[in-house]
Ligand binder design. Structure first.
Ligand SMILES: [Ca+2]
Length: 368
């Protein structure tokens, strides 16, 4: 069942991909030239560097302190990613992989926590994210649920996200594609349908915290200066694949040439230079920074920001009444035909009470 009113408040960043148009305009008004999907996507490769014995661990690696140019310019970078600006971050520990279903299950078992997607929609909270005077939807449309990628057949007009995102009642972390789906046998998949408060609750229980965007991007760069991706500058469409993304014509054809149609078990692809897996693709990862597409334009091009925490407040022109934080890394739905968000500087907004079947998280920890 659809709950379009809620989707309106949530459909902020959902169109990770649009393709096939000469020019694509996102809902945020940012236009970019389209890069047609590479024919190399048809090449089959097997995932590399999988380490199943470590998947269940809560291993972290030390990310060294350092200074870098945050953001991106040129190529596929969106205006929200520029200008680049100098940033310095302290050292911290970071989870080597996204939080898995098994890890999240342990948290729920220990605490009895119920995620936002599992709760009835709170109309009093929701209406604050909508234009004043928006009528209350019928109660049956306030059932627990979340957003699931559900493309209609034969989509041609790629300007309307509703064609591939549905509100699905009783879709949650245990039921990623709807109530009939399950995570049985998917302990090592990244947990999804996680909203900001859910991720923060897990992090607190684990004695950790969520990363800032600056920490996340510095870690994603893996010690490689000014590269586009966590693995360097190798074309994302060139086999052997470096991350779980989308091959084919979005959103109609997913060839899964990288081995995975949806989420991949964590650590299915090679790590970056810091030993971090899936910093590009697989699932988006939540950070604590408020989203504002104009934030970087307010910063000095020369003065080094130390441990920045993002914009002072949330601003998302496509959903001005909501509160959005930055998510990073892209997902299994990303490809070069639009946002290409496996790029280290890419970012999207996530409404803080929203969850989706391609958004998860990982944690960090301060150095004592
Ligand atoms: Ca894939």
């Amino acid at each position: 069942m659809k709950l379009k009113i809620l989707i309106l408040s949530s459909l902020v960043m959902l169109g990770c991909n649009t393709s096939g148009k000469k020019e694509v305009v996102s809902t945020s008004g940012e236009a970019k030239e389209c890069c047609p999907p590479s024919g190399r996507a048809a090449m089959i490769s097997l995932p590399t560097a999988r380490n199943e014995s470590a998947v269940q661990s809560s291993d972290m690696v030390l990310i060294p302190a350092g200074e870098y140019m945050m953001g991106g310019e040129g190529g596929l970078a969106l205006p929200r990613e520029s200008p680049r600006h100098p940033v310095k971050v302290n050292a911290f520990y970071m989870d080597i992989h996204e939080v898995t279903n098994a890890q999240f299950r342990a948290f729920v078992k220990a605490t009895g926590y119920t995620t936002i997607a599992e709760r009835m929609v709170d109309w009093e909270a929701l209406k604050k994210q909508l234009p004043p005077g928006t009528p209350k939807p019928p109660d049956e449309n306030l059932q627990p649920g979340s957003l699931v990628f559900t493309p209609r057949p034969g989509i041609k007009d790629l300007s309307n996200y509703y064609q591939w995102w549905d509100w699905v009642n009783f879709s949650d972390w245990r039921h990623p594609e709807g109530p009939e789906s399950s995570i049985e046998g998917k302990d090592n998949d990244p947990v999804v349908h996680i909203a900001l408060a859910d991720a923060q609750a897990y992090a607190k229980w684990a004695g950790k915290r969520l990363p800032t965007e600056a920490e996340w991007e510095w870690a994603a760069r893996g010690g490689i200066k000014d590269a586009k991706y966590p693995w360097g500058n190798k074309d994302v469409n060139e086999a052997p694949y470096e991350c779980n993304s989308w091959q084919g014509s979005f959103p109609n054809t997913n060839t899964a040439a990288d081995g995975f149609e949806k989420r991949a078990p964590v650590m299915s692809f090679a790590p970056n230079g810091y030993g971090l897996y899936d910093m590009g693709g697989n699932v988006w990862e939540i950070t604590t920074d408020w989203y504002d597409p104009n934030y970087y334009k307010t910063l000095s091009a020369t003065e080094v920001l130390v441990n920045p925490r993002g914009a002072a407040k949330s601003f998302n022109p496509t959903a001005p009444y909501g509160q959005h934080t930055v998510i990073k890394g892209g997902s299994f739905l990303c490809n070069d035909s639009y946002c290409a968000s496996y790029r280290v500087s890419a970012k999207m907004p996530l409404e803080m009470d929203s969850a989706m079947n391609h958004v998860g998280f990982r944690c960090v920890k301060d150095v004592e």
